[in-house]
Every structure is written in C-alpha cells, then in structure tokens.
Design a protein. Structure first.
Length: 132
C-alpha cells in the first residue's frame, strides 16, 4: 500500500463488528475500536465479502438499537425527541430522512400551464459611434 502501513485484516473482526452493531455503535466507533481509520473499514468491506456482510448486519443492528432506545425514550420523563429524531436522520438517512418539498399544480390540480414567449435581441456595435 503506497502512502501508509498495511493493515492486518482478521476474519474474527466479523463477529466483533456484529456485536458492536448490537450495541448501537457507528462505523467510526467500530473503526477506532479496531485501531484503524474509516477508510480501512471501507477497504476491508471492498476486499472481504464476509466483512461487508458483517458490517451491513452491524449497521442494521445499530439502527435497531437506536429505534429501541427511541421507543423506551417516548415514555421517559426527560426524552429529547427532537435530538433523537435528528440523530436518526443523520445516522440512518435511507429510513429516517425527512423529505420536504413544494409541489406546484395548475388549475383544479392539473399541470402548470407554461407559455413560451418570443424573445428578440438587438446587437448594437458601439465601436463605430465615436469610440476609439
């Protein structure tokens, strides 16, 4: 590997990352726990299909942990649902992103009518009008 020291992948990491996912840990947390940077995790996922499967499972288990914590929090005295919701949207955007948009409709809910107008341009050469 140019530019850095090689990292030793260990197939036992698969079981470890699944356990970390069960505890709600993130990819960054998992990388630091294994003593590597996030890019190494991505490299291992590309090079070792069993590690890709384990990390995919870990992410799903992490989401489950966070969703369970949210359910418990809903009945707690001091649960900040706004912070929890924003955290979920940031951690798991495929399932928790808030989609905001504006829809435009025309008359009676139909399509918006568009009318094209003719535009005319006149180019004036000002160099002939007493310029240098």
């Amino acid at each position: 590997m140019a530019g850095g020291r090689p990292t030793a992948y260990d197939p036992e990491y698969c079981d470890a990352v699944i356990e970390y996912g069960k505890a709600g840990k993130s990819l960054t947390w998992i990388a630091t726990e294994l003593g590597v940077v996030k890019q190494t995790i991505h490299n291992w996922m590309a090079e070792h299909i069993e590690f890709l499967d384990a990390m995919t499972r870990a992410k799903e288990l992490s989401q489950r942990w966070w969703e369970d914590e949210g359910q418990v929090g809903l009945t707690a005295d001091k649960f900040n649902s706004s912070v929890w919701s924003r955290s979920m949207a940031a951690r798991f955007p495929d399932d928790w992103r808030e989609i905001k948009g504006t829809e435009l409709t025309g008359k009676d809910g139909g399509p918006v009518a568009v009318k094209a107008e003719k535009a005319e341009w006149t180019i004036v050469d000002t160099s002939a009008e007493g310029g240098t």
